[in-house]
Design a protein around this ligand. Structure first.
Ligand SMILES: Cc1ncc(COP(=O)(O)OP(=O)(O)O)c(N)n1
Ligand SMILES: Cc1ncsc1CCOP(=O)(O)O
Ligand SMILES: [Mg+2]
Length: 506
């Protein structure tokens, strides 16, 4: 790999449905530091026997296994771990699936699901139960019985029925027990619009007002709160979720970017809500933190020069970035020959695809087309976003570097999905790049109609202060050297990710 840098941004993540939201936590409010028990959990997580004695936040997920690792139990465990909660699991079904869809489902016998529930609930102090795939009426009933026998602090029900790929995960006959038995015990139910529609006998949900009506109707089944997730409403230009607590409706807005990498976002959201509740958060705060987490993206821009210096290949760097929590990777190879660049792009594409992380290519539309990347990032001296859009088509992500309001307006006119704005701080990764400072960033954010990712000299010491500016449209940060010019990409990425996750949005 020739010398070139690896960069990581913080723009967006797959939203709750078929969109990618270029968002990172951006409110000036920082949530309270993790409770001491969460830190103890980190040290002791490997010891299951310690779970009984240690009062760390504990989420039990009752869900299906996803062999592809993007959704189900696997997504739940990752989300809980990222938010500092211990996650035990009761497997309801084993699925054979990948990014293309579900190839097979093996349902675990009801009595064995009961046994798993008994094992965990009778011994370990579970704070919150979160449900995912409950394949049959019998399974829902077993769960209800166990919860009556072993009450927990809160129950989060994600009424998973059909996978993103359209495969049926729960018999339609379960609808009635969901509504009549499980919902009455739930502290929150989190259907997407398709699930809400099925739960309500097939009503059409096309507008936010329809979502509000649906939330109210589902509330009548007995849960204490309802979150109807609007990411599936593709006609809408942004993705709005509706939260209802029985009295008040709260609309939670987010920009959307077209992407197919949405597999597992519903599981992640529900698990994040469960983790926050386990830590003692109020329901609305838990939902907000969860949304921030799902919308956050760690956009890693690779730099072969830095990787070479630290003795790692581009593939190792990308793998590490994803392991650390990167939600977008940008391949930025300034000095590679075309063939070498394409080879690296194809290898990275494989890793990114299997992890559900979008891969963008910097500057080179030809490389993006050749490896079927998820998008392209262009600057002011590269091909225009309009031309890139013509070449890539409507489904891909396009980012544009902008330093002025006029450039931000042009990016919008050209059909871009997000803008990168910087350098916010001085950087040595990009030569002759003027520093805009907070004022320049603010001017662009205020003018932008697109989500903004701040870039340039951003590191673990200043990322929080950037996001805490609370600027409109500022959805994340892009980082190169703070992650890749370091001995451990995983550790730095994790740290950066937690800084961004903890900087909550207004
Ligand atoms: C997210 C993001 N923002 C800005 C840039 C810089 O793009 P550009 O101005 O074209 O400079 P190069 O990266 O090509 O040197 C980016 N790549 N990503
Ligand atoms: C590519 C680019 N565009 C604007 S600043 C920059 C470099 C960011 O790198 P670093 O995070 O190391 O400052
Ligand atoms: Mg460029």
């Amino acid at each position: 790999m020739a010398a070139a840098p690896q960069q990581s941004v913080h723009p967006s993540l797959p939203s709750s449905t078929s969109t990618l939201r270029l968002l990172i936590s951006s409110s000036p409010r920082r949530p309270p530091p993790p409770p001491p028990r969460a830190r103890r959990y980190n040290r002791l997580a490997a010891s299951a026997s310690a779970a009984r004695e240690m009062p760390w936040p504990h989420v039990l997920t009752v869900a299906g296994s996803d062999s592809g690792g993007g959704a189900g139990i696997q997504a739940d465990i990752k989300a809980c771990a990222a938010l500092g909660a211990y996650c035990s699991s009761v497997v309801t079904a084993v699925t054979a699936q990948n990014t293309a869809g579900v190839q097979g489902i093996h349902v675990v016998p009801e009595e064995f699901i009961r046994e798993q529930l008994n094992s965990v609930l009778s011994d370990m102090s579970v704070d919150v139960v979160k449900t995912g795939m409950l394949p049959s009426i019998g399974v829902v009933r077993v769960l209800c019985e166990s919860l009556k026998k072993f009450p927990v602090k809160a129950l989060v029900v994600d009424p998973v029925m059909v996978s993103t790929s359209g495969d049926i995960l729960s018999e339609s006959s379960t609808l009635s027990v969901y509504r009549d038995e499980l919902f009455a015990m739930a502290d929150i139910v989190t259907p997407n619009v398709k699930e809400a529609s099925r739960l309500l006998g097939g009503v059409s949900l096309r507008t936010v007002s329809d979502m509000r009506n649906a939330a109210e109707s589902i509330y009548k089944f007995g849960p204490k709160h309802v979150l109807v997730k609007g990411g599936d409403m593709l006609e809408s230009s942004d993705a709005t979720d509706v939260f209802f607590d029985g009295k008040e409706f709260i609309e939670l807005h987010a920009h959307r970017i077209k992407t197919h990498n949405t597999h597992g976002t519903g599981c992640t959201l529900a698990s994040c809500i469960a983790s926050e509740l386990a830590k003692g958060a109020t329901m609305l705060h838990a939902v907000q933190v969860a949304k921030n987490f799902v919308e956050s993206a760690l956009h890693h821009m690779t730099d072969s020069g830095m990787n070479k210096k630290w003795g790692r290949s581009i593939k190792e760097a990308v793998q590490a970035a994803i392991e650390g929590g990167a939600t977008i990777v940008q391949l930025r190879e300034k000095d590679s020959e075309t063939r070498e660049f394409l080879e690296a792009a194809k290898a990275c594409m494989e890793i990114c695809k299997s992890s559900g992380v979008p891969l963008l290519i910097n500057d080179r539309v030809d490389i993006a087309l050749a490896c079927n990347a998820d998008g392209v990032h262009v600057g002011q001296s590269d091909m225009s976003a309009h031309e890139v859009r013509e070449l890539l088509g409507p489904g891909k992500i396009i980012g544009v570097s902008c330093k002025t309001p006029a450039q931000a307006q042009q990016a919008w006119n050209d059909g871009a999905d997000y803008i990168g704005c910087g350098g916010v701080f001085p950087t040595s990764t990009k030569a002759n790049n003027p520093t805009l400072g907070f004022d320049g960033l603010k001017t662009v954010c205020l003018a932008s109609k697109l989500p903004v990712v701040a870039i340039g000299g951003i590191n673990a010491s200043n990322a929080g202060s950037v996001m805490e500016l609370g600027l409109p449209n500022l959805k994340g940060v892009a980082v190169v050297s703070a992650l890749f010019d370091r001995p451990s990409v995983v550790a730095e990425t994790r740290n950066m990710k937690s800084i961004l996750t903890n900087t909550s949005r207004t």
